[in-house]
Design a protein around this ligand. Structure first.
Ligand SMILES: [Zn+2]
Length: 142
């Protein structure tokens, strides 16, 4: 019997895919469930390893195809930082990313409560921010 957490993840995966109008396949579900359970912004290779643990027959090419579809439909975020491999983020709330230069971690960072991007950045007058896609670098204490 599935745990409550994986059952929730499965329900959320199905709902996200249906809302995007994408056909749910076993492979897409498995890849999406892996990403929804990952809060470390994994690379495709890591997602492949994690997905393979519960779907041994899945190929790396299939994982790449699933990631492309899920990214194109806006179900997940496809991230590129500097020259490193692509990473994937399931957090669809407005946020920026903080790259830990010491430990190679990527964290989601929200604006402080009550602030909007317009309150933080010197934007041209009249600008309406529709999406945040920024990357901060730093050293995060362990
Ligand atoms: Zn993120």
């Amino acid at each position: 019997m599935p745990s409550t957490k994986s059952s929730h993840s499965r329900t959320m995966a199905t709902s996200l895919v249906r809302r995007a109008g994408v056909r749910m396949t076993r492979q897409r579900r498995a890849v999406l469930e892996t990403i929804l359970a990952s809060h470390d912004h994994p690379t495709a290779a890591i997602i492949f390893d994690r997905t393979k643990a519960h779907m041994p027959g899945i190929s790396l090419a299939t994982v790449y195809n699933c990631l492309e579809t899920l990214s194109e439909t806006g179900i997940i975020n496809h991230l590129n930082f500097d020259n490193g491999p692509s990473r994937f983020c399931p957090n669809l709330e407005p946020h920026v990313h903080l790259l830990d230069d010491t430990n190679n971690r990527v964290l989601d960072i929200q604006l402080k409560p009550g602030l909007r991007p317009e309150d933080v950045f010197e934007l041209p007058e009249g600008t309406c921010v529709t999406r945040m896609d920024a990357c901060l670098h730093g050293n995060i204490p362990v």
